[in-house]
Write a protein that binds this ligand. Structure first.
Ligand code: ZN
Length: 580
């Protein structure tokens, strides 16, 4: 027997009144932007299956609404509401939320149940939730007890000795890192999987000692590679497969290659800069296939790997039947889910570096939860509604504990009433985001940076007080660092390096300096967060496919590469024939 009979009756009636076209789908206009969007028959079947009404926002606006809840990279100094000490936090100093040290918040000593309140009938749910969410303290950074000696990380788990590592599922000795799983001993990388001793690399799998390598798999001991697979000892090459000793895409003998490499000193900043420019040129002239998908069966989207049946999904790995999703690994049957490992039957859900959520809806940053809706920052919970910061709880509403029987009775009433008022079925409105728009993921990546539009749609676009770096004592201008890493003394570790262009100071860590010396790499001159920001610029989150023609055979193709920027985009067949 249903536990929410009134709600079930109401949603059944809702579906029976839907007017679909001959294909079983229907067109809608986005309630925010007015953009027309089509809801497919299979989408409607899914919404029916999980008992939610149809979305009123287009995919783009649904995505923007969820991204507004994420701030991984913009950090501030705030006063802890727990200890009164100054701490680093993802919230600006004037935030109206109470911020606690993550060490205490995740310790088990903190119990969010003490902040419970009544959810009243007849009042707007989101207005009440907004009052409630400001009562419950939040962690300064999302870094829990699975992390060891990795206090300065955000939205990351299972880290050991990592520093400024973000959106990462697991890793060891990672410095300045974004989006990674199972990598070790790397600096300045993004989207690295099972790789070791890599530097300044992006979208790399199973690689070892790779420096300035992008979109490559199974490579080792190489520099400046783009779209290479199973290559070893190669320098400045693109589109290679199963090669060894290639230099600027030319096959050399082992001796010739080693001789060439002797003449290249990447420990010199000037030399490195020259090769970086050359690499940018190489990337522009490389050959591309229409998308970045790999072993993607029956999928539509970009950066999909080892997956099947994923529609309008991006950065999805080892997944099945994800629709309108982004940034997932091992996901099943989910819609509008952003981030996380192994979600199943989830909808309108945004969570990074979390695991094992089942039937979680309209929620933010939940870990190992089951059948929870409209909640934030909960873990190991089941059957909760509108909760914040709970751990190992069931049958709670607004952090108030109910008996199982009371819970279902109250939930049935709340959901029915919300559905009737058209509040149920949508993610939290923009105004409830804990972050100003300018520090949210909407602004960290290209795609949704139009502030006028964001303001029109109800986002808080107020200015943020920039981290104003005052002149620091004992500092050295980055441009005055010795050109060669060999000439760098250890006393640099006690100095503040001034990145003049970005007007920011940074410190080098001992781990980094040893790494640069060991692999003969020049010292970076830019602040690490500026370096990380550069990796994000290749991902336009407002993804739009382009209709263009294959650069080889002229056939019409749908591609995620802008024809204005990328000239050599081939159809799948031509690419497979050319790149062997
Ligand atoms: Zn072609």
């Amino acid at each position: 027997m249903s536990k929410t009979p009134e709600f079930d009756k109401t949603i059944e009636k809702y579906f029976s009144e839907l007017k679909t076209d001959e294909s079983g789908g229907l067109w809608r206009s986005c309630a925010l932007s007015g953009e027309k969007f089509y809801i497919r028959k299979e989408d409607i079947d899914f919404y029916k299956k999980i008992s939610v009404s149809l979305p009123t926002f287009s995919y783009k606006e649904r995505l923007r609404r969820k991204l507004a809840y994420l701030n991984s990279y913009t950090l501030f100094r705030v006063k802890s509401a727990h200890s009164g000490k100054e701490i680093i936090a993802a919230y600006p100093p004037d935030t109206s939320f109470k911020i606690y040290e993550h060490q205490f918040w995740f310790s088990g000593e903190f119990d969010a149940l003490g902040y419970g309140m009544d959810c009243e009938m007849g009042k707007n749910f989101f207005d009440q939730f907004d009052v409630f969410q400001r009562r419950v303290p939040r962690p300064n950074l999302m870094t829990d007890s699975t992390n060891v000696r990795s206090d300065f990380s955000n939205f990351s788990t299972h880290l050991k000795d990592c520093y400024l590592t973000f959106d990462t599922l697991s890793g060891e000795n990672l410095y300045y890192f974004l989006c990674c799983e199972k990598s070790k001993d790397c600096i300045d990388c993004e989207s690295m999987f099972s790789s070791e001793f890599c530097y300044s690399s992006q979208l790399v799998h199973n690689s070892y000692k790779c420096f300035f390598v992008e979109r490559s798999f199974d490579c080792r001991d190489s520099y400046f590679l783009y779209d290479c697979r199973n290559c070893e000892c190669c320098f400045m090459c693109s589109n290679l497969r199963h090669k060894k000793y290639c230099f600027m895409n030319q096959q050399l003998s082992k001796e010739e290659y080693e001789e060439k490499m002797k003449g290249i000193n990447l420990g010199s900043y000037k030399t490195l800069k020259k090769y970086k420019n050359e690499f940018n040129e190489l990337k522009r002239n490389a050959t591309y296939k229409p998308d970045n998908n790999y072993k993607a069966t029956n999928c539509f989207g970009d950066f999909i790997e080892n997956s099947r049946g994923c529609y309008n999904s991006y950065f999805v790995f080892d997944s099945e039947n994800t629709n309108y999703c982004m940034g997932l690994i091992r996901a099943r049957d989910s819609y509008d889910t952003l981030g996380g490992d192994s979600p199943e039957l989830c909808y309108e859900f945004v969570s990074l570096s979390v695991k094992d959520n089942y039937k979680v809806k309209f929620s933010f940053q939940m870990n190992n939860c089951r059948e929870v809706e409209y909640s934030h920052l909960c873990r190991n919970c089941s059957y909760c509604f509108g909760c914040v910061g709970l751990d190992k709880k069931s049958f709670c509403i607004f952090n108030k504990q109910y008996s199982e029987k009371e819970y279902w009775k109250k939930l049935d009433k709340i959901k029915t009433w919300m559905l009737e008022r058209r509040e149920y079925g949508e993610f939290f409105p923009p105004r409830l985001s804990p972050f100003p728009y300018k520090i949210s993921a909407n602004f960290s990546y290209p795609g949704f940076r139009d502030l006028k539009e964001a303001e029109k749609y109800g986002y808080n676009v107020s200015d943020i007080d920039e981290f104003s770096d005052e002149a620091k004592e004992n500092s050295v201008d980055a441009d005055e660092l010795p050109d060669n890493i060999e000439d760098t003394l250890d006393d640099i570790l006690s100095k503040n390096v001034f990145d003049r262009e970005n007007r920011k100071y940074f410190r080098l860590t001992k781990y980094e300096l040893d790494f640069y010396k060991r692999f003969n790499l020049a010292l970076p001159h830019e602040h690490p967060l500026i370096r990380l920001g550069r990796f994000r610029e290749i991902y336009n989150l407002k993804i739009e496919p382009y209709e263009r023609v294959c650069g080889k055979c002229g056939k019409k193709i749908t591609s995620f590469y802008n024809p204005e920027v990328y000239k050599n985009v081939f159809c799948e067949e031509c690419y497979a024939r050319e790149i062997v």
